[in-house]
Design a binder for this molecule. Structure first.
Ligand SMILES: [Zn+2]
Length: 394
């Protein structure tokens, strides 16, 4: 038989009589979070659980790597609720059913904060679990969901099935822990530094530009669970390694990707602006000649149309701001990106429309030859000489 107490860890043994197991060969390991901050230690957590008669087999601190064992491997814990009426087992389901309370909160997967010391200790725990026949798999095939995971089915693992489980999926229990932790048998240490405000804004902006959902928080400069989930999805989508907070290299790669995209947008915007400015000059020249009354009546509508579009382009100057903000590490980015993206779409449509307008205007000018007579050369010169139009941000 493997060791009842994990070698090399602190033992704070509970003197309480623990429930006997009722299993038929199952080897289970259930994950919990303590719902307390990292200022707690595994020792203080163990003492708390004993005082409250809620003993788990282990307490663990993801940053210090401290592991405390409270009860031996072959008895049941007291962490799960069970229904005394139906007598459906929870803590006593399985031949071996060890449980762990990890320091941390379910709404922020503690695996994000795992340090190299924590990982080292954790891997020893995994080896110990394997020595008891607990396999590297989720016993129900389900991974722990993002807290609070209201849609998790609540059921006992099938008899005869072994593997890892989590509090949120047990029948008769209404807790949502441990949150969306990574697969326990393949952890990597996270980066230990949470991004500061400016860095968080940069990374969130890149994620947003690439289409990742930042939830209702949006780009708020606070790199929480939703941002981490978006970042992890990005890594998965691009086959990139890593967990936890973004590294400097990772951010640089994201930046390259998006600066190229923004540069294309800027180039399109500049082309449209030039076209519009030339058109506007032409219209102004026509007005100055005082010949509008003799021109086709559509010309007035066309003029208004161009004015409207100039305003649109002026608003899209926010894209330029975005671009500058990108190269300046987004230190003061406050533009509404949703608005900008809508404007970009409008601009792309506008670019296509302008081709038509330009052709129409060319046709009109040609027709004007007969109407304007000698003035035609003067008009032509005015149109070909673009004037400076100041675009005001509205
Ligand atoms: Zn729990």
């Amino acid at each position: 038989m493997p060791e009842l107490w994990m070698p090399g860890v602190t033992v704070i043994a509970s003197t309480r009589t623990m429930p006997a197991m009722r299993g038929t060969g199952e080897k289970i390991f259930t994950h919990h979070t303590m719902e307390c901050g990292y200022d707690w230690s595994a020792t203080s957590a163990a003492n708390y659980l004993i005082r409250e008669a809620k003993e788990a087999h282990f307490t663990f601190h993801p940053q210090s790597g401290e592991i405390v064992q409270l009860i031996p491997a072959d008895v049941g814990a007291r962490t799960l609720v069970w229904n005394a009426l139906t007598k459906t087992p929870t803590n006593t389901h399985g031949t071996i059913h060890m449980q762990i309370e990890v320091i941390g909160y379910a709404n922020r997967p503690w695996t994000l904060d795992l340090t190299p010391a924590g990982l080292n200790a954790w891997n020893k725990l995994m080896d110990y679990l394997r020595s008891w026949g607990i396999p590297d798999r989720w016993v129900t095939g389900r991974r722990p969901p993002v807290f609070p995971g209201p849609d998790v089915p609540k059921e006992m693992p099938m008899y005869g099935q072994s593997g890892h489980s989590f509090h949120a999926e047990w029948q008769d229990n209404n807790h949502g822990d441990p949150g969306a932790i990574a697969d326990p048998w393949s952890f990597t240490a996270g980066t230990s530094t949470k991004p500061d405000y400016a860095t968080a804004v940069v990374v969130q902006t890149y994620l947003h530009l690439m289409g990742y959902d930042l939830g209702s928080w949006g780009i708020d400069g606070s790199f929480g669970a939703v941002s981490l989930a978006a970042l992890q999805q990005y890594r998965t989508d691009f086959g990139l390694p890593g967990t936890g907070y973004p590294t400097v290299d990772e951010i640089a790669n994201m930046k390259d990707e998006n600066v190229a995209k923004i540069d294309t947008i800027i180039a399109n915007q500049e082309a449209i602006k030039t076209e519009l400015t030339v058109l506007k000059s032409g219209m102004t020249a026509l007005s100055a000649l005082g010949t509008l009354s003799t021109l086709p009546e559509d010309i007035e509508n066309l003029k208004q149309y161009i004015d409207t579009k100039l305003v649109t382009v002026a608003k899209s100057d926010q894209v330029v701001y975005l671009h500058e903000a990108t190269t300046n590490q987004f230190l003061s980015l406050s533009a509404d990106l949703e608005v900008i993206e809508t404007k970009i779409e409008e601009l792309q449509k506008l670019q296509a429309q302008l081709k038509t307008v330009t052709n129409d205007l060319g046709g009109m000018v040609a027709n004007m030859t007969t109407v304007l007579g000698d003035d035609h050369d003067q008009l032509k010169a005015a149109i070909e000489e673009p004037r400076t139009i100041s675009l005001e941000l509205t």
